[in-house]
Structure formats: structure tokens, C-alpha cells
Design a protein around this ligand. Structure first.
Ligand code: GBH
Length: 460
């Protein structure tokens, strides 16, 4: 059957990590319980028109109350690692000052459940749910937030550092900065390109400060990294204007983050592009060294890539630069409208290996949304998602064949959840969630992935 159609993965190492991923606001619910305060997403969801159908994360997958069963489900799938994020407003409700013991207790129990079932926890400290009080004080465009983030990282480490080895500081700082502060599509919903640039620098500084804090406190060998949303985009033609559109988009979305982290400084061409629009990155002495301290792993989130053409009438909203148009390649699209282009993942990983050598890579997210329904036979027959995962995992194997140092793969997502501005209508899960009853149903993709990872034995 199609469920047994598993690819031969000849190049992945024997100790390759197979995981599933989630994030706090997207699954937990229980937003007012045990001392949690509102995050910028709780606030943003109340803004009319911000989220499809005015939905919010108040209940989400009710994971806060169903954690034990959810961990049993993860373990039953046979994966060896689980990536989740900590809700900052749960564990440090005012964004500064004392920890909230009840909030930390939830994550201690989660970690214990995982370890007890042989699943390694992979913690993300920040997946977009900034305490609202810190946004009120200026948010990421404000330098102090970077220091608050480092303190918060230390506080989480004090509670979990004896048992958790894998630490990711930030998830997708481009999304926090540009979708949140320039395009207004994500919380806090601001539309100010200068604020987005300042947020970028303070997110990266916060990463550097937090990474150092974790290492200073470590009582066991830790792996510290950051996760970026990355895509190796293409130009529509070799015409200089199209190549320049590609350069600018690649600069804002990829190199503005990769270069300071892995090469010690911001890309000069992007700095000049920003300067031309009157924007200066708020860099102070010592910041670049703080940001550039070595990371043990670079997390890569990949969904698709774009092909860009220059078009003075087009405005992508500023998140990739202006005067740039996205070209339709005619490929199959997911329910998000993103084209299914697995070869882009191979190209991206090989590029990272060549241009930023020496940093091990882990795919921290990859997946697809489709309009799933529970069928009459009780199953969810998501053949397109199986095909998506299959082709992208083969693309990773191919990248390793070409020299990329890829150590693991996390499917996005464990289960259907709150898909940010898209609300609940977009389903990324391996597991289907019926929100009326909170009933979980393994989709065919979960069964397929489970068989793949359970039978995997690598080549080396
Ligand atoms: C991730 O963000 C988030 O980390 C996660 O919480 C979310 O649920 C998941 O993805 C699904 O949306 O250039 O063609 O790839 C997604 C970040 C960045 C992905 C912009 C799509 C543009 C389309 N997104 N990207 S493409």
C-alpha cells in the first residue's frame, strides 16, 4: 500500500533525529490559567480582521490539559525527539522579574513525560508569544527586550537545564520582525519598516545574549541554536533588474539573519538598501560579537521558495522589499497557496553548506496544509501530505549526498493547530484535531511517518 511506500534514504546518518514539532500558542489553550498573562497574540487576535473568522488561541488543542495523552501519542509514533516552545507569559508573566512556579511546573512535567517515554525534548524559547507587558514597553524594536529575553532564558534553564540538552533561542526572527512590525500580518500588527529593522537587530542580540546565558549556566553539555525560515529563492530571468529583485529579497529574508549569526556582520548591500530608505540598524559596539558567537546547530524551517521578478508596481508589503513580484511556476499548491517544490530544499541545504560551512543543520519545520476530513471509515486519507513529506525527506537525503551536514528532521506539525492569521482552517497536522470534541485522529501521513522513522536505520 501507499503507506508502505517508504523511500530508501541512503545518505542520512544512522543517528539521524526524527521528530515532530509544535509551538505553545498554537496548541496549549488555557490562556488565563495558573498565572499566565496575555501575550501579543492574545491581544492581536482581538483586533477585528486580524485573524480569519476572529479566531484565537484561547482553547486551541487544549494541550495544556491533555499533555500526558499527547506525549503518549508522540511516543507511540516512534519519533525520537519532540520540538515544542515555552510560553514566556506562562513562566515569567510580567516579562521580567520572578518566575511563575505553576507555569514552569507544566513544562517540567512535559519534559519528564517525554524523557520517561524515551523522547528527547527540543526546546524553543521563543515562538512569537511575547508577554504583552513587554510590547507595551516597546517590544522588539526596543533594545531592553533583548536583555529581558536573556533573563527569561536563564530562568527557564534554571528549571529545565539539568534534563534538557537541545535549546533553540528564537523561531524565525524574520517573521517576528517583518510580519509583526512591517507587514502587520502577525502580532503586534505594526506597519513600520524602521521598527522591523530595529526588531531584527534586537532579536539577534537577544539570541546572542540568551545563548551565552545558557552556556554560562550549563551543568551538562548543551546544544544551543537558532531556527530561521529560509528559502533559496530564484530570479525570473537573468535580466539585471530581476537579479537585483532576487538579491534584495534574499538579503532581507535570508542574509540579514545568516550573515550576522554565521559571518560576524550584516550584509553590506542590505545595510545600504535600508539606508536608502532612511533606516539604520541600531548596532552598538560589541553587538556583532555577541550575535556571532558560534551556534551548535542551525535550525532550518522550509516550506517552499519563490521566483522573483522586478516590478515597480508591485508591493509585497515590505517583508521582502518593495518593487518585487512573485512569479507563478504552475506547480501544485498546498491549501496555504504555497507551491510544492522539494528541490528547493536540496538547493537551500547545499547552499548553506557551501556559503556558511561548519554549522550542523537540522530541519526544524517542514510540512503542508491540506483540507483534511475524517472519512466514513474513520481514517484521514491525506495522500497529498504523504507525497509532500516523502518528496521533501528525499530532498534532504539528496542534500546530504551532496555534502550538507544535516542531523535531523522535524515534521510540522504534530497535530492541526492555530495557524496564526489563518486561524483553524489551515491544517498542518500529522494528527487531525476535531476542535468541537478535541478528538485526535492519526492521519495516513502520521501512520506513514511513523513507519518510516520506526524502520529507519541509516547508512553510516
Ligand atoms: C512557520 O512559519 C511557523 O514557525 C509555524 O508556527 C507555522 O505554523 C508554520 O510555519 C506554517 O505556517 O517563500 O514560498 O516559502 C512560516 C513562515 C514564511 C512560511 C514565509 C512561508 C513564504 C512562502 N513562512 N513563507 S515561501
Amino acid at each position: 500500500t501507499a503507506l508502505d511506500d517508504r523511500p530508501a534514504l541512503r545518505h542520512l546518518p544512522a543517528d539521524f533525529l526524527w521528530g515532530v514539532a509544535t509551538s505553545s500558542y498554537q496548541i496549549e489553550g488555557a490562556v488565563g490559567e495558573d498565572g499566565r498573562t496575555p501575550s501579543i497574540w492574545d491581544t492581536f487576535c482581538r483586533v477585528p480582521g486580524a485573524v480569519v473568522d476572529q479566531e484565537n488561541g484561547d482553547v486551541a488543542c487544549d494541550h495544556y490539559h491533555r499533555m500526558t495523552d499527547d506525549v503518549a501519542m508522540i511516543a507511540a509514533m516512534g519519533v525520537n525527539t519532540y520540538r515544542f516552545s515555552i510560553a514566556w507569559p506562562r513562566v515569567q508573566p510580567h516579562g521580567r522579574g520572578p518566575a511563575n512556579r505553576k507555569g514552569l511546573d507544566f513544562y517540567k512535567r512535559l519534559v519528564d513525560e517525554l524523557l520517561g517515554r524515551g523522547v528527547d525534548p527540543w526546546i524553543t524559547l521563543y515562538h512569537w508569544d511575547l508577554p504583552q507587558e513587554l510590547e507595551d514597553a516597546g517590544g522588539w524594536p526596543h533594545r531592553d527586550t533583548a536583555h529581558r529575553f536573556a533573563d527569561y532564558a536563564g530562568l527557564v534553564h534554571d528549571a529545565l537545564g539539568d534534563r534538557v540538552r537541545n535549546w533553540t533561542t528564537l523561531n524565525e526572527p524574520w517573521c517576528s520582525a517583518y510580519l509583526g512590525y512591517a507587514e502587520g500580518m502577525h502580532a503586534p500588527g505594526r506597519r513600520d519598516p524602521a521598527a522591523a529593522a530595529a526588531a531584527t537587530h534586537h532579536l539577534l542580540l537577544g539570541h546572542g545574549l540568551a545563548a551565552q546565558r545558557l552556556r554560562d549556566r550549563a551543568t551538562q553539555p548543551l546544544k544551543v541554536g537558532i531556527t530561521l525560515n529560509l528559502s533559496d529563492h530564484l530570479a525570473a530571468s537573468d535580466a539585471p533588474a530581476d537579479l537585483d529583485a532576487l538579491r534584495r529579497a534574499d538579503g532581507i529574508a535570508n542574509r540579514l539573519y545568516l550573515d550576522p549569526l554565521l559571518r560576524g556582520g550584516y550584509p553590506q548591500d542590505v545595510v545600504e538598501d535600508l539606508r536608502r530608505s532612511g533606516i539604520e540598524l541600531p548596532v552598538r559596539d560589541g553587538d556583532l560579537e555577541q550575535i556571532a558567537q558560534p551556534v551548535d546547530v542551525l535550525g532550518v524551517n522550509y516550506y517552499s521558495y519563490n521566483t522573483y521578478a522586478s516590478d515597480s508596481s508591485a508591493d509585497e508589503g515590505g517583508g521582502y522589499g518593495t518593487g518585487i513580484r512573485t512569479v507563478d511556476r504552475g506547480a501544485e499548491r498546498t491549501a496555504m497557496g504555497w507551491e510544492v517544490l522539494p528541490e528547493g530544499l536540496t538547493r537551500l541545504l547545499v547552499r548553506l553548506h557551501r556559503e556558511y560551512p561548519g554549522t550542523p543543520l537540522v530541519i526544524t519545520e517542514n510540512g503542508a496544509a491540506y483540507d483534511d476530513r475524517v472519512a466514513d471509515d474513520g481514517g484521514v486519507h491525506d495522500a497529498e501530505r504523504v507525497a509532500y513529506f516523502r518528496s521533501h525527506i528525499v530532498a534532504v537525503d539528496e542534500a546530504v549526498a551532496r555534502g550538507a551536514d544535516v542531523r535531523g528532521y522535524f515534521a510540522w506539525s504534530l497535530m492541526d493547530n492555530f495557524e496564526w492569521a489563518e486561524g483553524y482552517r489551515r491544517r498542518f497536522g500529522l494528527v487531525h484535531v476535531d476542535y468541537a470534541t478535541q478528538r485526535r485522529t492519526l492521519k495516513d501521513s502520521a501512520l506513514w511517518y511513523s513507519r518510516l522513522v520506526s524502520s529507519f536505520s541509516g547508512s553510516r
